[in-house]
Design a protein around this ligand. Structure first.
Ligand code: SF4
Length: 272
């Protein structure tokens, strides 16, 4: 928690940004008579306009992005507390970097793949960049977190209990470096990650394998760019599947982008 707000009670709005409903059920659980969150002053409201705090679940899908943004902007200007419930909402969880997950655009790292990211913090950073006030953010990880953990987080928010643990950060130089993979392997791994955004596991390796075969042939010719384009046209004409044709074109563009970045010696993060 970045600051301790002073609240006697808290009106909350529940926002699902693509959760599997596991976390949502735990939120309902704390409102049942067994856990009875209302005895702590927690009241679930039907509109973000009345909410002090937003209980957010889910990894923030692109589909939910604009709706979630509108909901947070609709909250009263202060205290705008965000209670992030579940590992998905904290970091994208098992869905991190999936193609439907929203991530802030990368900048200044041409040729790099995306770092592993996701969750509501991506939207909060966007809002803060736009000059919108967003209050303290409380993280309650777990898949899903138990009702007791959610209650404990809310009790901290209300100042009823103190945190038991303080976050500690260590920075230490270690003499370890990832071995440099051969350039072709670095390109292949990056393309594989790129492909993951548009095609499922089943077809991915097959499409990539076919594409790398075409690349190998094209690189042996004098004009590899033109040759690769021609080979892909032939391949697409034979396959006659627009989804695979789309993947091939995507891989072609990405291949030259990554290869040019590598040749120019730009910083390049690859997947292992
Ligand atoms: S953290 Fe687990 S339970 Fe919660 S939304 Fe994600 S996958 Fe579902």
């Amino acid at each position: 928690m970045s600051a301790k707000p002073k609240l006697r009670s808290v009106w909350v709005f529940h926002l699902n940004t693509g959760a599997c409903n596991g976390c949502d059920i735990e939120i309902l659980d704390i409102l049942t008579p067994f856990y009875d969150a209302e005895r702590l002053g927690v009241k679930l409201v039907g509109s973000p306009r009345h909410a002090h705090a937003m209980l957010v679940t889910g990894p923030l899908t692109r589909q939910c992005y604009h709706g979630a943004k509108k909901a947070i902007k609709a909250m009263p200007p202060k205290p705008r507390i965000i209670v992030v419930i579940g590992t998905c909402a904290c970091s994208g969880g098992i869905f991190y970097n999936g193609y439907p997950i929203y991530r802030r655009p990368e900048s200044g790292r041409e040729g790099c793949e995306y770092p592993r990211r996701g969750g509501i913090i991506e939207l909060i950073e966007d809002l803060r960049d736009e000059g919108e006030y967003v209050g303290p953010v409380i993280y309650i990880p777990g898949c899903p977190p138990r009702p007791e953990e959610i209650l404990y987080g809310i009790a901290q928010l209300l100042g009823l209990v103190e945190k038991k643990l303080e976050g500690e950060h260590y920075t230490e130089e270690v003499g370890f470096e990832l071995p440099e993979a051969p350039i072709n392997e670095r390109i292949r791994l990056t393309l594989r990650e790129k492909l993951r955004h548009v095609v499922g596991y089943f077809d991915r390796d097959k499409i990539l394998e076919d594409f790398m075969e075409l690349v190998k042939k094209a690189e042996e010719s004098e004009k590899p760019k033109e040759e690769l384009k021609k080979l892909i046209d032939e391949y697409n004409a034979k396959i006659r599947d627009v989804r695979i044709s789309f993947c091939m074109r995507l891989l072609e563009n990405e291949y030259w982008r990554v290869r040019d970045a590598l040749s120019a010696g730009k910083e390049f993060v690859y997947w292992v």
